[in-house]
Design a protein around this ligand. Structure first.
Ligand code: HEC
Ligand code: HEC
Ligand code: HEC
Length: 390
């Protein structure tokens, strides 16, 4: 199987990266604005302050203590250790570390006996109290301050070939591999090549990302499969380790809020669904959801505003007349080709089970974003309203 890799010119790639960065920044400020300007800061009473230790210092000390156990496998500076199968953690953002710890603890990752690395890690997360996860993650993030060394190369791969393959990965992990919290994609830079290969193989064989509760991991499965032969896995890893080490600069609360927006379903509305099908209010709700559920990052709705992740995945745009129009889809990844009409049933299925039918020629990369039935109805009303009349 071969992958269609967009052979972008340098300029195109830079433009795509720029737009992606702008998107993230825009979301960050939009969410910031939505959350207000934060708590009002009151100067502390100096007499009281002198008596109480700084809570940040306490948490840091607590984190250091918790980390002594992790350091046995992950290394003192969280630089990773091949002998223990343990990856570098030092360049990850806190949201990703906490999310993976939760996955291990809940048995969503690392329970299959064939998953040698995962099985080593899983009981460690079981032993961590939920409240300690953030504390240890914050401590790990602080370790990178001293500078991180690029890991040695251990994998035999063609970085040049890997670079072309990485165009698909860049849609979510960024051109520089520094990750994108809005798309739940972790940083890949500074990671050991043997660990990148091991995880890509885990995604391919179903050891990772196949658990029904692993919503963010599921997005990676088709990507790892799209690489094709195992040599391509080595090639892409060989390229990733050539990327300059970047410490993502996004403010921690931006990451946290963005992830929250992408994964937490808003509280259910009590109001009964409105009667008319294209009710203006429902369309307006859908328009907001199209932003908060990050549909806009892949589906272009304005010919003048590109959707960077969608370009690499060849996600269809919602432009011109598309409602009621026939398209060819594959039933399941690499399944038989069928014709379907864009209608309510197909729309609902596309959002709920994106891998059930895959638009022919597109990368099966649509994330199964959690949505409620009411949200899907609102999204549908909005998307339908974008279609031109026949
Ligand atoms: C016995 C060795 C061992 C110990 C102790 C250990 N880990 Fe791990 N950890 C691993 C291994 C091995 C993996 C790779 C799992 C895999 O292959 O899927 C891992 C993976 C992880 C990951 C996922 C990283 C990623 O990029 O997806 C996180 C986060 C993590 N460990 C955090 C911790 C923390 C925090 C502690 C201490 C509380 C800890 N680990 C203790 C061995 C260990
Ligand atoms: C549609 C978005 C998307 C695309 C495209 C994508 N990824 Fe990912 N990737 C993710 C997400 C989300 C995760 C985190 C999965 C999880 O939460 O367990 C991830 C995780 C990973 C991991 C595991 C990192 C770790 O620390 O354990 C590797 C390695 C990886 N991706 C490599 C790639 C490569 C190589 C490509 C291109 C062939 C690629 N990804 C394309 C979304 C994507
Ligand atoms: C990470 C990129 C990505 C995100 C985010 C995303 N999609 Fe998609 N979507 C795709 C890709 C790629 C396809 C084509 C492959 C397929 O059919 O699965 C697709 C297909 C679709 C289709 C079928 C389109 C057609 O023309 O046949 C619909 C409908 C759809 N998406 C709706 C949504 C909605 C609504 C959201 C937000 C909740 C969303 N998508 C979020 C990438 C994405």
């Amino acid at each position: 199987m071969s992958v269609q890799v967009p052979r972008g010119l340098g300029i195109e790639r830079i433009a795509v990266a720029g737009v992606l960065a702008l998107t993230v920044i825009t979301i960050f400020f939009a969410l910031r604005a939505a959350h207000g300007s934060g708590p009002v800061y009151k100067p502390a009473d100096p007499t009281v302050a002198a008596a109480k230790p700084d809570p940040a210092t306490v948490a840091h000390r607590q984190g250091r203590e918790l980390f002594t156990e992790c350091a046995v496998c992950h290394g003192k500076k969280a630089e990773g250790d091949k002998k223990q199968n343990a990856p570098a953690l030092s360049l990850q953002e806190d949201w990703y570390i906490v999310r993976q710890l939760q996955k291990f603890k809940e048995g969503v990752r690392g329970t299959d006996p064939k998953d040698i690395g995962g099985v080593q890690m899983q009981p460690r997360a079981m032993a961590l109290a939920d409240a300690d996860m953030q504390v240890v993650a914050d401590y790990i993030v602080s370790l990178a301050d001293g500078g991180v060394q690029p890991p040695p190369r251990t994998v035999d791969g063609d970085a040049g070939r890997g670079k072309a393959l990485f165009a698909i990965c860049a849609a979510c992990h960024g051109m520089d591999g520094s990750g994108n919290p809005v798309l739940n994609a972790p940083s890949l830079t500074g990671q050991h090549d043997w660990y990148l290969v091991a995880q890509l193989m885990n995604f391919r064989t179903g050891l990772r990302g196949a658990h029904p509760k692993d919503i963010t991991g599921a997005a990676m499965v088709p990507m790892a499969l799209a690489l094709g032969d195992p040599q391509a896995v080595n090639d892409v890893a060989a390229y990733i380790v050539t990327l300059p080490i970047t410490r993502p600069q996004a403010a921690p609360d931006a990451a946290a809020t963005a992830v929250e927006a992408a994964s937490t379903p808003p509280p259910a509305t009590v109001a009964p669904p409105p009667e008319p099908e294209l009710d203006a209010e429902l369309v307006a709700q859908g328009k907001t959801l199209f932003q908060t559920k990050i549909c806009f990052t892949c589906h272009q709705i304005d010919p003048k505003v590109p959707s960077p992740a969608g370009t690499a995945l060849k996600a269809p745009g919602f432009i011109g007349q598309f409602w009621g129009i026939e398209r060819e889809v594959q039933v399941g990844i690499n399944g038989p080709v069928e014709k379907v009409v864009m209608n309510e049933e197909y729309f609902m299925e596309s959002v709920e089970k994106p891998m059930a039918k895959i638009v022919k020629g597109a990368v099966p990369g649509m994330a199964p974003l959690p949505t409620t039935l009411d949200e899907r109805k609102a999204l549908m009303a909005y998307v339908k309203s974008l279609s031109a009349e026949p």
